[in-house]
Each structure stands twice: as C-alpha cells, then as structure tokens.
Design a protein around this ligand. Structure first.
Ligand SMILES: [Zn+2]
Length: 67
C-alpha cells in the first residue's frame, strides 16, 4: 500500500494584480475610468477591471505625465 502524496507540487500562482493605478482626484476622466473599474469589480468582471486599469494607466501616462 503506497502512501498517498499529500504535499503540493508547488505554489499555485494566481495572477496577482499589480498595484492598481490611482485616479487623479481632480480629473473627471480618471474618475470615470475608476468608476467603470469599481462597477466591473462589483459584478466580478475582472477582465473589465483589467481593461480599465490599462486604460487608466495609459491616460495617466499620456495626460498626467505619470511614468
Ligand atoms: Zn486623469
């Protein structure tokens, strides 16, 4: 009778989100994008959350000069 293998083969790497970009509080476009992101997360639409982060990062870089 063999001993069942009880150890895991390795850590399970879920895609951990990077630090999410933050809106510039005085910017309507930033706020609009973060609103979309918040709504998407509230319904579990994480691909839309990810899309919103990409849009926000691009906007921050192009319109706010954030690197
Ligand atoms: Zn902005």
């Amino acid at each position: 009778m063999s001993t069942p293998k009880t150890t895991m083969s390795g850590p399970v790497n879920l895609t951990t989100p990077l630090q999410e970009p933050n809106a510039v509080s005085s910017c309507q476009e930033c706020l609009g994008i973060t609103l979309i992101r918040t709504n998407a997360r509230s319904v579990g639409d994480y691909s839309k959350v990810s899309d919103a982060n990409v849009v926000l990062l691009t906007h921050l870089r192009e319109d706010h000069g954030v690197q």
